[in-house]
Design a protein around this ligand. Structure first.
Ligand SMILES: C[S@@+](CC[C@H](N)C(=O)[O-])C[C@H]1O[C@@H](n2cnc3c(N)ncnc32)[C@H](O)[C@@H]1O
Length: 303
C-alpha cells in the first residue's frame, strides 16, 4: 500500500471502517450507529455485502477484540459528549477529527458549537465527501491545525472559540501519531483555553508496555500476543502513519496534572466490555481482550 494512495487519511479510514461494520449490526445489538461512515471507506460496498458478522470475524482474525476495542472507544466518547452536552458544556472540540461524524450523528443540541480540528489534507478530503444536507451542519466550524508545528490555541481563537464557555475536548486515536513535545504543547494549550471554565478533556494513549511487555497489553490467554502487538503497530506504519509516541499511565497523569487537568477515569476495553458488550450478549472472553490503548477523562481545575 503506498502512502500517496491514502494521502494521510489511512488511519482515519481504518477507524471509520470499524464504525461502518458496527453500524451494520442489528439495531438492538449495535454499540454505536454511524450512518455516514461508509462514505469515507474504500471498499465500503464490499463490507456492506459481507455484513456485520463476517466483517467482525475477518477483523478479529487479524487480532481478536480489535473491532470491539475501537468501537468501545467510540461509544465511551459518544456517551461523554452526550452527557457533557446535556450539562453546561457549550462547545465541543474534536482534535484530530478524521472521519468522525459525531457532530452530525449524535443529535447534539443546536446550542453546542462544534470545532473540528485536523490536518488540512484530511479535513479537505472529508469536506469534499460530506453530503450537502447533513443534520446540524450550521453548528460546525472547521479548523486546520497540524499539532506538530501549529498552535491549536491561535487557530481555535481565530475561528471563534470562546474561552468563557465550558468545553469538551476529545483527542481520540491521535496521541500515538504525534511527538511527545507536540502532545505536551497541545495539552498545555487546551489547559490554557479552559482555565476560566470547568471543562473536560478526553485523551486516548497507547501503553508503552506494548513494546516492552506486550503480553501485559492483552487479556490472559490472548493468542500470540507478541506477534499481534507487532502486527497492530505495523498496520498504521503501512499506511504511512507510524506510532511514534507510547506512554505510561504515570506519564499521562503527570502531563495532565502539570497543565492543571485532573484525571477522573482511565479505562480500557477490559472495563468497557462489561458495560457495552455484555448487555447485548456480545461479551468478549478474557483471551479476546485488547488493553493496549487507554481511554482517559480529565477535568480542568476551575469551578
Ligand atoms: C486514527 S485517526 C483518528 C481519527 C478520529 N479521531 C477517529 O477516531 O475516527 C488519526 C487522526 O489524527 C490526525 N493527525 C495525525 N497527525 C496529526 C497532526 N500532526 N496534526 C493534526 N492531526 C493529526 C489524522 O489526520 C487523523 O485524522
Amino acid at each position: 500500500m503506498s502512502n500517496s494512495f491514502f494521502r494521510k487519511d489511512g488511519t482515519a479510514q481504518g477507524v471509520a471502517k470499524q464504525r461502518l461494520i458496527e453500524t451494520l449490526a442489528e439495531p438492538d445489538k449495535r454499540i454505536i450507529n454511524d450512518p455516514f461512515a461508509g462514505m469515507f471507506v474504500v471498499g465500503a460496498s464490499i463490507i456492506k455485502l459481507m455484513g456485520h458478522k463476517i466483517s467482525v470475524w475477518l477483523t478479529n482474525k487479524f487480532a481478536p477484540g480489535f473491532h470491539e476495542h475501537l468501537i468501545s472507544r467510540t461509544r465511551f466518547i459518544d456517551d461523554l459528549v452526550k452527557q457533557s452536552a446535556a450539562s453546561c458544556v457549550e462547545q465541543y472540540v474534536i482534535l484530530g477529527a478524521g472521519y468522525d461524524l459525531r457532530a452530525h450523528r449524535l443529535e447534539l443540541p443546536p446550542s453546542l458549537r462544534v470545532f473540528e480540528v485536523d490536518q488540512i489534507e484530511v479535513q479537505t478530503r472529508k469536506r469534499q465527501k460530506l453530503p450537502k444536507d447533513l443534520p446540524n451542519a450550521e453548528n460546525v466550524v472547521y479548523v486546520d491545525v497540524n499539532f506538530m508545528h501549529q498552535s491549536l490555541a491561535e487557530q481555535l481563537l481565530a475561528a471563534g472559540f470562546d474561552e468563557n464557555k465550558a468545553t469538551v475536548f476529545t483527542l481520540e486515536g491521535v496521541s500515538q501519531y504525534i511527538s511527545k513535545e507536540a502532545l505536551a504543547k497541545t495539552v498545555r494549550e487546551v489547559a490554557m483555553l479552559t482555565r476560566k471554565t470547568r471543562s473536560i478533556f478526553f485523551i486516548s494513549y497507547v501503553d508503552k508496555c506494548l513494546k516492552t511487555r506486550p503480553k501485559a497489553c492483552f487479556g490472559k490467554g490472548y493468542p500470540k500476543a507478541e506477534e499481534r502487538a507487532k502486527a497492530i503497530m505495523s498496520l498504521s506504519e503501512k499506511v504511512g502513519e507510524p506510532w511514534v509516541s507510547l506512554y505510561s499511565a504515570q506519564e499521562i497523569e503527570t502531563l495532565l496534572l502539570e497543565s492543571g487537568l485532573i484525571v477522573k477515569e482511565n479505562k480500557t476495553l477490559a472495563d468497557l466490555n462489561t458495560i457495552y458488550f455484555e448487555p447485548s450478549g456480545r461479551a468478549l472472553l478474557e483471551k479476546q481482550i485488547i488493553k493496549l490503548e487507554h481511554f482517559v477523562i480529565a477535568e480542568s481545575h476551575s469551578t
